[in-house]
Every structure is written in C-alpha cells, then in structure tokens.
Design a protein around this ligand. Structure first.
Ligand SMILES: O=C(O)CCC(=O)C(=O)O
Ligand SMILES: [Fe+2]
Length: 363
C-alpha cells in the first residue's frame, strides 16, 4: 500500500509547465491539483451537459436507450434521489444505464466514454453562454502552445489543439494502473472531476533519467502517492509523471479515515495532441497501456492503426464483431490485450461489421 505524501505548496513553475493558480497544492511537482476549480453551478452545468451528450441518440445503442426509458417509466417520481443537493444527484442509478463491461485495452471497467468533437455541445455552448464560459475554464487547463496560429472565429469547442473525452464510471467502475498511450496523446493530461469522489493513485514504474524533456525540478517526488479527486476539482499531470508513473482510479478507498468512492463519477479528460499529429483524427476511445501487458506490441499495433486511419471505435466494433457469441461480462472485462490484437488483426473486414457504431462521425 502506498504512502500518502503530505500536501505541500507547488514548487516554482518551470519553463516546461503551463501556469496555474498559486493556490495549487500537490504531493508531486509534476502534478498540479486544483481542489475548487469549478464553482457549484459550473460543476452542475458541465455534468448536466456531459450526461446529455453521453445519453444522446447518436452516442447510445437502442438497447441502452430502452433500458433507460424503461427505468424512467418505472420511476415516474424520480428526482435525483434522496439528496438532491449532492453532487451525484444528476446521475440515474447504475441499473438505468448500459455500461461497458471492460475497455478494449483492458484498463477500465463498468464505464461509458466518448470523444467530444466541435459542435457536439450544441447551441447552448455558443459564445457568451454560461456553458461556453464553463467550458473555456476547463480548456484553460491546457492552453495552446505559444507557437499555435490564432483560433478561427467562431472558436471550435473543444479547441483544435486538444482532445476531449468524457469518461463516466458507474458506482462499481474503476480504472486499473496504466500509462496513457504515448502514440495517441501528447505530454500533458488534465482531468476535471464531476459527481462522486474517488481516490487516484500514482506509482513510479520507470526512471525519468536525465533526459532533456524532464526538468530537474520536476524529477523529485514520492514513488507512490494518492490524491483525492473531489467534485469540481481538476488536476494536470505532466512529465515525468505522465510517462514514468502509472495512474489509477480506485473503486473505493479510505481517505483520512473515511470511505471514499462507490458512487458514479464523470471526468472531462483533456489531452494535447502528439506533436505533428495535428491532421490525424483523434481516437474515439482513449487507449491506455495496462501495466503487465505487452505494451511494445500494443504500441506497434496502434501505430499501424493510426497510419491506416483506423480509430479505436473501429477497433472496438471489430472486437465486438469477432466475439461469437458476445463475451460474458466476466470474460470481457479481463480479455487479454494480446488476444484482442490477434483477433482484430485476424478480422478481414472493417466495413462489414458495424453493428454498434456509437457515435456519428464527421466526414
Ligand atoms: O478519470 C480520470 O480522472 C482519469 C482517467 C484516465 O486515467 C484515462 O482516461 O486514461
Ligand atoms: Fe489515464
């Protein structure tokens, strides 16, 4: 079990860091934590609109819509549960939602995820609205590199230099230790937490060394530590944390003597693009590299998918396609990555198997 580093003021920010509030505190110099990043109304607005996107017809299957419809019909008086003031009040109970049992890369269980593209937030996010202001605040966690050309008007949402995913964990959902895929994403990862509290654990798995890309001031830090992800908080992980530590989100944990977790949580995940990859379409589902998996093989396989313009959504479709019959919940959540890669590689046709396209894609 990891030690919990005492919170201490964030070290002086260096040239490799973007600038964040001086109120930030963190157990590691390469992690910025912003405990009260959002106001209560920003939190509620972002949660409401994120759930609306995840529940939208373009994003859900007929089975998921039926499940939700039937639950709502059976509970006509449902008003967010017994504690409407709670940050989790906007979630329907777990049983009203069709959760993914396990992510195709084997890291996440009992979740929903989507990539948000420009235009998907809809009219309520046009400039000048409260939603646009709340989103701008979120996007400010990962500002564009100073070399970026000025944004066109109206500005895209999310801005074109970053990739935005929504990740909704069920009460029993969790994220196993992993490093976000280095071929798919850049060097900085930011997360904004909505809904239930969870604990996030970081563990060092390799030595950052003395390479040019890691500022010496960022290298020191505990080899293992945890942070509390409260609703409305944000965090930003940069190097060496992003590459040399795994991160995980626990289903439940003890924090300051109390039980944390076991409730639904939704995160807005921001990642910068791999330099030079500006023209490539982002992956619909964020790939992660699980600890203990054959990450080199996965990396090679993913590079070829990226070159062929095959998104992870396609891969997930193929994964579902090659399962005959569909996997049972227990087998799908622990489906070994190498078998998936084999199965996907063996699948001869992309276009003949699209039974579960989850999201409308622009041309
Ligand atoms: O939900 C979070 O804050 C972390 C998510 C994560 O690690 C991922 O999507 O790779
Ligand atoms: Fe991650």
């Amino acid at each position: 079990m990891g030690t919990r580093a005492p919170l201490r003021p964030l070290n002086a920010l260096t040239k490799h860091c973007r600038c964040y509030s001086a109120r930030a505190t963190s157990p590691h110099p390469a992690l910025v934590t912003l405990p009260s990043f959002l106001s209560a109304s920003e939190h509620d607005l972002l949660l409401e609109h994120s759930l609306r996107l995840l529940d939208s017809p373009a994003r859900t299957t007929a089975a998921a819509r039926k499940k939700r419809r039937e639950w709502v019909k059976a509970h006509p008086g449902w008003d967010g549960g017994a504690a409407p003031a709670a940050r989790t009040a906007r979630f329907l109970p777990d049983e009203a939602t069709l959760w993914e049992e396990g992510h195709f890369d084997g890291v996440i269980k009992l979740y929903r995820e989507m990539l948000v593209r420009d235009g998907q937030w809809g009219d309520e996010a046009r400039e000048g609205t409260p939603l646009a202001a709340a989103l701008d605040k979120v996007y400010s966690l990962l500002p564009p590199p100073s070399s970026s050309p000025p944004s066109p008007s109206p500005r895209p949402s999310p801005p074109s230099h970053l990739i935005l995913h929504l990740l909704h964990l069920s009460s029993r959902g969790s994220i196993a230790p992993h490093v976000d895929n280095l071929d798919a994403f850049g060097r900085t990862i930011a997360g904004v937490s909505l809904g239930g509290e969870r604990v996030m654990r970081f563990k060092r798995v390799s030595d950052p060394g003395n390479g040019d890309d890691v500022d010496p001031a960022m290298r020191d830090g505990p080899s293992e530590f945890e942070v509390l992800l409260e609703p409305g908080s944000a965090y930003v992980q940069s190097e060496p944390l992003r590459t040399h530590y795994t991160h995980e989100v626990l289903e439940t944990a003890t924090w300051d003597g109390r039980q944390v977790g076991g409730t639904q949580r939704l995160s807005l995940m921001l990642r910068d693009r791999v330099p030079g990859d500006g023209q490539k379409p982002p992956l619909a589902a964020a790939p992660r590299v699980a600890r203990g998996e054959d990450s080199e093989r996965f990396r090679k396989q993913f590079s070829s998918f990226l070159e062929d313009d095959i998104s992870s959504e396609d891969i997930e479709d193929m994964y579902r396609c090659v399962q005959e019959p569909p996997p049972s919940p227990s087998s799908s959540s622990s489906y070994p990555l190498h078998e998936l890669v084999d199965a996907v590689t063996a699948s001869s046709s992309l276009s003949s198997c699209r039974p579960t396209v989850m999201e409308a894609r622009p041309n």
